[in-house]
Design a protein around this ligand. Structure first.
Ligand code: PLP
Length: 456
């Protein structure tokens, strides 16, 4: 479709009248209209009003290779010509999905050798819920149904995935299925207090054991965690946390699931955060960076223990989607993985841009409204505070964050606010110059926010 920039308001009106967009306040959008993103290239998105915006969020944590990568476009085009679609239900498969499955088994942690495909992270996590319950039933323990997640955890927006996640506002809107429990995350900025890192790690993990004892290990199927909580505010666990967690899961014979939808595909400076953190999950959720968001695709990596049981005596698994293992999505995923390798993005993040981002953000720690900065690979967060004393948080949670985000966007950079935390998750192709530019705009946005709030 040809976009005429002079008629942005026409698109906005058309959109506001009929489009119920995700995670949107409909009254607000009807009044003000949505920003019309017309095109994107490299690290910039462009809107219908002629703004060019540095995308420090990589879309929604997903455009790992940046925009405009011709090899992904070519892979999609060619595959659409050869075989645009065929299903994988009835003893059929396609070449790209076979190749992708082998590739994913190679790059994911040892022991994850089988893969089930879906179209979104939510569907992948729904799949996991069914699969772990089915697994325990096959093991002769059908009572093991409960899944423990964490507050501020995000696992998607279907009824089940949102119930498994720890977003209270989502639970309140009919995503409150039974058999999901939540524990407090190791959110050091809020909860560490005076304890040292090792104590904080051990205590945070012990909450899992408390919960297992409370509901009974005989009733618990699995514990699920994002290695770094993304949508919850880029919450980075203290060293040792997941060692304790994995030991607890083993002790009580509970499956451990790593949701690597954000942390996968190089974002942490490793192919997967599990490899960086020494995790050996029984299952792993993949989406977003799998195709760099160019087309929808998600996957569940299934570990040997679960896979062998399903294969040995599961019979038919009555589950799947029309587009599971879609040939075009598989071809794009393969081209995306090739490009990540070709550009050396995983080691670039580990050795160059990740450390560079950490030191660039560290320079903001002295800013009067900054309570903490943290980062891991190409994930960053800045906690805004009313006063560094304590620190003292803002009473009206979310207001300062939204102000700061809006200033950043007005100055040409897309950043997200989670409560009063400013969140960054740029494309892995970001250079050190892009990081400098990003941090310059963040600094400007922080200054303007402080001025708005009368803090000096
Ligand atoms: C985005 C996300 C999901 C959900 O993915 P969708 O494709 O939006 O359904 C699940 N888990 C994590 C960690 C995510 O960040």
């Amino acid at each position: 479709m040809k976009i005429d920039n002079s008629t942005s308001s026409t698109w906005q009106q058309m959109d506001a009248a009929h489009h119920l967009a995700p995670f949107t306040d409909y009254a607000e959008i009807r009044e003000h209209g949505a920003r019309v993103i017309t095109h994107a290239d490299g690290h910039y998105i462009y809107d219908g009003d002629g703004n060019m915006i540095l995308d420090a969020m990589a879309g929604l944590w997903c455009v790992n290779v940046g925009y405009g990568q011709q090899s992904l476009v070519d892979a999609a085009t060619e595959q659409m010509r050869i075989l645009p679609y065929y299903n994988n239900f009835f003893k059929t498969t396609n070449q790209p999905v076979a190749a992708l499955s082998q590739r994913l088994a190679e790059i994911t942690p040892d022991g994850l050798n089988n893969v089930f495909y879906a179209n979104s992270g939510s569907e992948a996590n729904d799949t996991i819920i069914r699969m772990v319950r089915h697994f325990w039933a096959l093991e002769g323990k059908p009572a093991k149904r409960k899944i423990i997640g964490r507050t501020y955890g995000y696992h998607g927006s279907t009824v089940m995935a949102a119930s498994m996640g720890g977003m209270v506002d989502m639970h309140r809107q009919a995503a409150d299925q039974p058999d999901f429990e939540h524990i407090r995350p190791p959110y050091a900025f809020l909860y560490q207090g005076n304890s040292d890192e090792a104590e904080f790690a051990a205590h945070s993990a012990s909450l899992l054991e408390d919960k297992i004892v409370e509901v009974g290990a005989d009733n618990v199927a699995a514990f699920i965690a994002e290695p770094i909580q993304g949508a919850g505010g880029v919450i980075i666990p203290p060293a040792g946390y997941f060692d304790h967690i994995q030991a607890i899961c083993k002790r009580h014979d509970i499956l451990f699931i790593a949701d690597e939808v954000i942390t996968g595909f190089g974002r942490t400076g490793h192919w997967f955060a599990s490899q960086a953190m020494g995790l050996a999950p029984d299952m792993m959720t993949l989406a977003k960076g799998l195709t760099s968001g160019y087309v929808p695709m998600s996957a569940v990596m299934v570990g040997d223990r679960v896979a062998q049981r399903l294969i040995a005596d599961g019979g038919e698994f009555y589950h799947g989607f029309t587009y599971s293992g879609h040939p075009v999505a598989s071809a794009v995923a393969l081209a995306n993985l090739d490009l990540i390798e070709e550009l050396g993005l995983v080691t670039r993040v580990r050795d160059e841009t990740g450390p560079y981002l950490a030191s660039a953000l560290a320079r903001l720690a002295d800013h009067p409204i900054v309570g903490e900065v943290r980062s891991y690979g190409m994930l960053g967060a800045i906690e805004l505070v009313k006063s560094k004393d304590g620190p003292t948080l803002f009473e009206d949670v979310g207001k300062a964050g939204a102000l700061c985000r809006d200033h950043a966007i007005a100055h040409g950079m897309m950043m997200r606010a989670v409560r009063d935390g400013m969140i960054m998750s740029p494309p892995l192709t970001f250079t050190t110059q892009d990081i400098d530019k990003m941090v310059d705009i963040v600094t400007l946005a922080l200054d303007k926010t402080a001025a708005d709030l009368g803090i000096t």
